[in-house]
Write a protein that binds this ligand. Structure first.
Ligand code: GLU
Length: 471
């Protein structure tokens, strides 16, 4: 293996992009227009915390503005840097196009370890950062709409929303300046679980296609499949919870910051989560074997490996030792370009990030639409649906001369609330996108894997848009 250092995250994403465009017939120069990051804003700002001033560095990258607003999370991490933000912004452009969510791509980051600050300080820092971005229209309901990412959540989005709306109270659509807000502050039911839920829906769709399962050397359904999850944060937790509780998969190992735990019988996700909350790590978790060398469990035998932590965890150094036949990329960029090449040659099936973790931005889109429309989903139709269900039940009973079983009656006469509709829309999105991707993979000989197919799908849509716009 070469001793060359691995490429940066952005270079890695660009090479994946290049691999896709080699199979396409784009007009000269258009690929460059799509690939390049349109703009990056870097800000340094001081905040007075107690009696001293601290200077923070933040970024907001706008990758592609073929549709406005541009969309993408804001990450709080001590390792944040411009290259990473640009890579993540590019992935957002492709991601939105792949799942047909009408946004361009953006991403932001603040270089900070949020665990080192009190809630009060974090609020002050977040509000100041939000002001800096809003001043330059890098937070704006029709231009640039942030969301949660690693190290941020509903709480931060609530502060950002309030900061923006205090600055621009006359902006009628102010509520739509950011997504992932608490539900009582204009958020939407199902946004917190959305990325993990999307991973579940994506994997379910994969397992609906026997040829795809066979290609990975597996058979059957998700039931009983052994899954290793790296990172039990918001995405990893929800994906692991839903796959184990609803699809009968077994989470045989969880890798966290302080090490990893495993149990061949399957781990109880709620129990592990509670343990982490109390002990700040997985060490000592009951009914599980602990190892300090967490990364080694990426290489353990299992059916599906779900990296749900951060980028660059599967590299040219460990790719050859990965035994999982399927890697389901819940995080953004967990597999580097070099690792991707090694894994493809080995026959590993990778369900790529730009498709599989699109659940977050999909439900963000629903939230943004809800904010602009000023009405919650299901408000108008719910009782009408229930009335129709009631009529069907009564008709069936009259015609058959027997009573409809209570469980069926309850299903037929319960109208869809916001959560049910959000999940339905997300499921539809994940199913349609997977079928489009596999269709490209199956019908084009030079498209070598699902990642390339996903990129081709996204790039084609962005290119069409640019061509029609006349750029
Ligand atoms: N940060 C998430 C992502 O990487 C969500 C972005 C959004 O909802 O805008 O996809």
């Amino acid at each position: 293996m070469s001793n060359q250092p691995e490429l940066s995250f952005r270079e890695s994403v660009d090479l994946m992009f290049n691999r896709a465009i080699e199979t396409m017939d784009l007009p000269l120069g258009l690929a460059e227009q799509i690939r390049s990051c349109n703009s990056v804003y870097q800000v340094q700002f001081g905040v007075k915390l107690d009696n001293q001033y601290e200077v923070f560095t933040g970024w907001r990258a706008v990758h592609s503005e073929h549709i406005l607003p541009v969309k993408g999370g804001i990450r709080y991490a001590d390792f944040a840097n411009q290259d990473e933000v640009e890579a993540l912004a590019a992935l957002m452009s492709y991601k939105c196009a792949i799942v047909m969510i009408p946004f361009g791509g953006s991403k932001g980051a603040l270089k900070i370890d949020p665990r080192q600050y009190s809630e009060k300080d974090l609020e002050k820092i977040t509000r100041r950062f939000a002001q800096e971005l809003a001043k330059r229209d890098l937070i704006h309901p029709s231009l640039n709409v942030p969301a949660p990412d690693m190290g941020t959540g509903e709480r931060e989005m609530g502060w950002i929303s309030d900061t923006y709306q205090s600055l621009f109270p006359e902006q009628a659509n102010g509520m739509g300046c950011v997504t992932g807000k608490p539900v009582h502050l204009g958020g939407i039911d199902g946004r917190v679980e959305a990325t993990g839920r999307g991973v579940q829906f994506g994997l379910r769709e994969f397992f609906r296609h026997p040829e795809d399962i066979t290609r990975a050397g597996l058979n059957g359904t998700l039931e009983g499949k052994r899954i290793v999850v790296q990172g039990l944060g918001n995405v990893g937790y929800h994906a692991a919870k839903f796959l184990s509780e609803e699809d009968g998969a077994k989470i045989t190992a969880i890798i966290e910051r302080d090490g990893a735990i495993r149990s061949e019988n399957g781990l109880d996700i709620e129990m592990v989560k509670a343990h982490i909350a109390e002990h700040h790590g997985v060490k000592g978790c009951p009914s599980a074997d602990y190892t300090e060398d967490g990364a080694s469990l990426l290489e353990t035998e299992c059916d599906i490996l779900i990296p749900a932590a951060m980028e660059g965890v599967i590299t040219k150094d460990n790719a050859a030792r990965i035994q999982a036949p399927i890697i389901a990329e819940a995080a953004n960029g967990p597999v580097t370009y070099a690792a991707d090449e090694i894994l493809r040659k080995k026959g590993t099936v990778i369900i790529p990030d730009a498709y599989l973790n699109a659940g977050g931005v999909t439900v963000s889109y629903f939230e943004w639409v809800k904010n602009l429309a000023r009405i919650r989903f299901g408000y108008l139709e719910r009782r009408n649906e229930e009335r129709r269900g009631q009529i069907i039940v009564e008709t069936l009973e009259k015609m058959l001369g027997t009573t409809v079983p209570p469980e069926l009656r309850a299903q037929l006469t319960t109208g869809s609330d916001e959560l049910a509709l959000v999940r339905s829309g997300l499921d539809d999105t994940m199913r349609n996108a997977y079928n489009k991707i596999r269709d490209i993979f199956n019908t084009r000989d030079d498209v070598v894997d699902l990642r390339t197919a996903a990129f081709v799908c996204g790039i084609e849509r962005i290119a069409k848009r640019y061509e029609s716009m006349g750029i």
